[in-house]
Write a protein that binds this ligand. Structure first.
Ligand SMILES: *[C@@H]1O[C@H](CO)[C@@H](O)[C@H](O)[C@H]1NC(C)=O
Ligand SMILES: *[C@@H]1O[C@H](CO)[C@@H](O)[C@H](O)[C@H]1NC(C)=O
Ligand SMILES: *[C@@H]1O[C@H](CO)[C@@H](O)[C@H](O)[C@H]1NC(C)=O
Ligand SMILES: *[C@@H]1O[C@H](CO)[C@@H](O)[C@H](O)[C@H]1NC(C)=O
Ligand SMILES: *[C@@H]1O[C@H](CO)[C@@H](O)[C@H](O)[C@H]1NC(C)=O
Ligand SMILES: *[C@@H]1O[C@H](CO)[C@@H](O)[C@H](O)[C@H]1NC(C)=O
Ligand SMILES: *[C@@H]1O[C@H](CO)[C@@H](O)[C@H](O)[C@H]1NC(C)=O
Ligand SMILES: *[C@@H]1O[C@H](CO)[C@@H](O)[C@H](O)[C@H]1NC(C)=O
Ligand SMILES: *[C@@H]1O[C@H](CO)[C@@H](O)[C@H](O)[C@H]1NC(C)=O
Length: 269
């Protein structure tokens, strides 16, 4: 009667061992093949929930060198023409909704940059830096340029406001040919204007995965993944559940075996 519980126990142990939120050293073979996206132009419309998009930068030889997958949401504090304080979010659209993926695959000063252009004159730059000695790289910084215009998307009710903010990322270093992953929601607080609480306030990322300094003909992320701390915390739940379940099964099995042993003992008398 217990044999049916063992696969569950084994599966949980495998799941927990294989997904412990740490860097795995499996070889970087193609894993998740993602559909290619084509560019058409449709007007920008803000959504209720951020949509996960894939942005991949192609080099001149037709291979991909940087891939970023994420749902990206920017929070803005702004004023209307009557100086009333307002707050709103802008989701970075996908390529099908008008975002242009540009940049340069060439490595300059050990850096590679992916640029997203969206709305009117808005941009978001991802700067990746490699360390050739340690064979590692990291997402060094994100730079955001915004241009809120009255009577224009995304906040037609706003008084015009523009600015540019660069902030450092603390994701840590990834082995070259590996990728970084963070499924958890993260909110980066950015106060782009120290003199006044105005402009870009925060960046929310969900379902994030990125890889730079690659040269691949198809879009896939390496399975050698470095996970963020936030993902590790959520992984503690299956560890606890799995351990408790296994302990219970072992306990019941031991009790059953002892019981059977005793029974057999009486029978043989
Ligand atoms: C993750 O790996 C690093 C080094 O590879 C090690 O120092 C650390 O203790 C590991 N963390 C966990 C939670 O296993
Ligand atoms: C474009 O954006 C809208 C709303 O934000 C969303 O519903 C739709 O799925 C997006 N289209 C594509 C092709 O991503
Ligand atoms: C990319 O950068 C290299 C090196 O700086 C430069 O020679 C090349 O023209 C750039 N390409 C584009 C498309 O900007
Ligand atoms: C974008 O910026 C350029 C120069 O900075 C400007 O000439 C142009 O009008 C802007 N476009 C929009 C739609 O704001
Ligand atoms: C690479 O990392 C090593 C060790 O941390 C450091 O000494 C070196 O300056 C780094 N190289 C670059 C180009 O950042
Ligand atoms: C992004 O990079 C491009 C090209 O290097 C640069 O012209 C632009 O100012 C950058 N934008 C931001 C927001 O850093
Ligand atoms: C910062 O606030 C000042 C005062 O309201 C304003 O003039 C300036 O344009 C703001 N800068 C940015 C980048 O939002
Ligand atoms: C972004 O900042 C605004 C203003 O400080 C705040 O109200 C909002 O909750 C923040 N967004 C997130 C997702 O934390
Ligand atoms: C990328 O790989 C192609 C072959 O698939 C090769 O021709 C090209 O030179 C490589 N580019 C870089 C920057 O290594």
């Amino acid at each position: 009667m217990f044999h049916q519980y063992f696969p569950i126990c084994v599966a949980l142990v495998v799941l927990v061992a294989g997904d412990n939120g740490n860097e795995t050293t499996s070889d970087p073979k193609p894993s998740t093949k993602l559909p290619l996206v084509t560019t058409t132009s449709t007007p920008y419309t803000p959504s209720k929930d951020p949509i996960t998009n894939l942005y991949a930068l192609k080099s001149q030889d037709g291979n991909y060198c940087i891939m970023v997958k994420a749902a990206l949401r920017l929070g803005f504090q702004y004023k209307n023409p009557d100086d009333k304080d307002l707050f709103g979010y802008v989701d970075i659209p996908g390529e099908k909704n008008g975002t242009l993926v540009t940049g340069n695959c060439s490595v300059v000063n050990n850096a590679q940059v992916l640029i997203l252009k969206f709305l009117n004159n808005w941009s978001m730059n991802f700067t990746f830096k490699q360390n050739t000695t340690l064979k590692e790289y990291n997402l060094e910084s994100i730079s955001i340029k915004y241009d809120i215009q009255h009577n224009n998307q995304p906040f037609p009710d706003a008084k015009s406001l523009n600015g540019e903010t660069t902030f450092a990322m603390e994701d840590g270093h990834v082995k070259v040919l590996g990728s970084y992953m963070c499924f958890s929601q993260r909110v980066f607080n950015i106060n782009s204007n120290s003199s006044e609480k105005l402009g870009l306030m925060n960046l929310t990322t969900i379902n994030e995965q990125y890889q730079a300094f690659v040269n691949v003909s198809e879009i896939f992320f390496s399975q050698a993944v470095k996970r963020c701390d936030q993902d590790s915390v959520s992984n503690l739940i299956p560890i606890v559940v799995g351990a408790a379940l296994c302990a219970l099964i072992v306990l019941v099995l031991v009790a059953y075996l002892i019981g059977r042993h005793h029974k057999r003992g009486y029978e043989s008398v």
